[in-house]
Design a binder for this molecule. Structure first.
Ligand code: BGP
Length: 491
């Protein structure tokens, strides 16, 4: 249990809310002019709780199978939770909980059926416009991610994903269309979700399929693709600032905290080194240039990343206004991990921490780690911070009375809220918002399960796609309502 060291308090205008992503909720994968994305091609694989390498393994053969899949094959992202047809009801429930902000993403392939089209898809634009209208109806600010793990399939097939520089222009065109169409409705934006993630799961973050790179070391291709995303992000930030004066555009990183497994200096360095590796790309987005340690890393591996002479200037001119991040868990690092128990995460493994408890999926819950992370990020970047994702994936049971009693979820929330309050009031961190991940049950990113549930709202759907899609409020729904209603002081 986290013990507060100061009185619970949050700023008056603190943005409480919840988060989802288009590819995990929308469904309607081939409706109203939406093009296919790589997420539509990821099959459900029942391979256990935590082996993300098996989940993210994806070959050209898998792609062909997906393209020729028979009706009824299990591609969970194609159905999501059918937010596309339920969004009014869902947003109304978010409003009932008192959300001040709803973090969501736009699917690039819904705005441009093919990324090279001259004209955007009007039905896609109309959909998001209406989603934002609904948010405003209930007093919610949308916080919109332009790219949350769903590169259009056209990008994958024609360009080998973000490896090709041409993708930058296509993305910037898409971003500008979003700013033009939605700029009057949306003032908070993020460019790429978990911007450090491509090195861990290149398919979903970058549209890179390993067997399509016979001529180049695959890791080098990833660094190249990352460079293109950095340029695209900077150009989008610059365009956003010009087109939407007063808007706030942030980046988004996976905040993973690693403690030294022992106080041996070598373990301490191993932890520091690992933590630093997650800042490789957010450093660029905040400071406007490549950190030396990243350049050393690339050169040290004998790789070259092609950069154009204008790139340095582009990066300088496209720095972000705030830093957002996902935070779920922590683990440890040791210089020598042989014989040590490892703790699974969604895409990262660290050494298991004997002082922490784990979720059913092995994620080690750590509210104090949230406080530590906030301090670390604020000290590093000196930018306003936003917790864009935090939450607990758990199996829920619908009891005979048709209810879902989920005290574990309320507990997880409570402990993290306490830690955030101390970070603000005692450690002096400038934190302006918090969005619970998966405020409504959705398809898991790493396991593609429905049974790994995060929501305050239950969705009647199972891993195989059976169910009525009915929405049911869990006990935690009322709890979060109370947290928001008291501005984080009645826990
Ligand atoms: C983050 C992703 C989300 C989300 C979350 C929980 O890494 O940004 O898309 O899914 O993790 O992970 P999972 O769905 O694997 O439980």
């Amino acid at each position: 249990m986290y013990e507060n060291t100061s009185k619970l308090h949050f700023p008056d205008n603190f943005l409480w809310g919840g988060a989802t992503a288009a590819n995990q909720v929308e469904g309607a994968w081939n409706e109203d002019g939406k093009g296919m994305t790589i997420e539509d091609c990821l099959p459900y694989r029942n391979v256990g709780v935590s082996d993300f390498t098996k989940q993210f393994a994806f070959t050209s053969e898998d792609l062909q199978r997906a393209l020729h899949a028979e009706e009824g094959s299990n591609y969970p992202k194609r159905r999501g939770i059918d937010f596309y047809h339920h969004y009014k009801e869902d947003i109304q429930m978010f409003g009932e909980m008192g959300f001040k902000v709803y973090r969501m993403s736009i699917s690039w392939a819904r705005i441009y059926t093919h990324p090279w089209d001259d004209e955007p898809n009007q039905k896609g634009i109309a959909f998001y416009r209406d989603v934002f209208n609904e948010c405003h109806k209930y007093g919610m600010e949308p916080l919109v991610t332009l790219s949350h793990y769903d590169p259009p399939l056209d990008i994958v097939q024609k360009y080998r994903g973000w490896y090709s520089r041409e993708v930058i222009d296509l993305f910037v065109k898409y971003a500008k269309t979003c700013f033009k169409e939605f700029g009057s409705q949306v003032k908070y934006w993020l460019t790429f979700n978990e911007v450090d993630a491509m090195l861990r799961h290149p398919v979903t973050s970058g549209g890179l399929i390993e067997d399509q790179f016979p001529e180049v070391p695959f890791e080098q291709a990833i660094y190249q693709a990352m460079h293109h995303q950095m340029i695209a992000s900077a150009l989008a930030v610059k365009a956003g600032h010009e087109m939407m004066p007063g808007c706030q555009i942030g980046n988004m990183l996976t905040k993973l905290e690693f403690y030294p497994f022992t106080c041996r200096p070598e373990d301490n360095y191993a932890a520091q080194h690992r933590i630093r590796s997650i800042y490789r790309y957010s450093d660029i987005q905040v400071f406007g240039e490549y950190p030396k340690y990243l350049l050393n890393e690339i050169a040290g591996k004998g790789y070259t990343v092609r950069m154009e002479k204008e790139d340095a200037q582009i990066l300088k001119e496209g720095t972000v206004d705030f830093v957002s991040f996902s935070y779920y868990m922590t683990s440890c690092m040791a210089a020598n991990t042989e014989g040590l128990d490892m703790a699974p995460g969604n895409t990262v493994n660290g050494v298991k921490n004997p002082y922490l408890t784990s979720s059913e999926w092995g994620w080690q819950s750590d509210p104090m780690g949230m406080r530590i992370s906030l301090v670390e990020l604020y000290d590093r970047y000196r930018k306003p911070l936003f917790v864009a994702e935090n939450g607990l994936g758990a199996r829920d049971t619908v009891t005979a009375d048709g209810k879902i009693h989920d005290p574990y979820r309320a507990d997880y929330l409570k402990e993290h809220v306490k830690a955030m309050s101390d970070a603000i009031n005692e450690d002096g961190v400038d934190l302006f918002g918090y969005t619970w991940w998966g405020c409504i049950d959705l398809v898991s990113e790493s396991t593609r399960q429905m049974s790994k549930r995060y929501g305050f709202i239950y969705v009647d759907l199972d891993d195989e796609g059976n169910g009525t899609y009915q929405r049911i409020k869990k006990d935690s729904f009322d709890y979060y309502k109370q947290v928001i209603g008291s501005n984080g002081t009645e826990l």
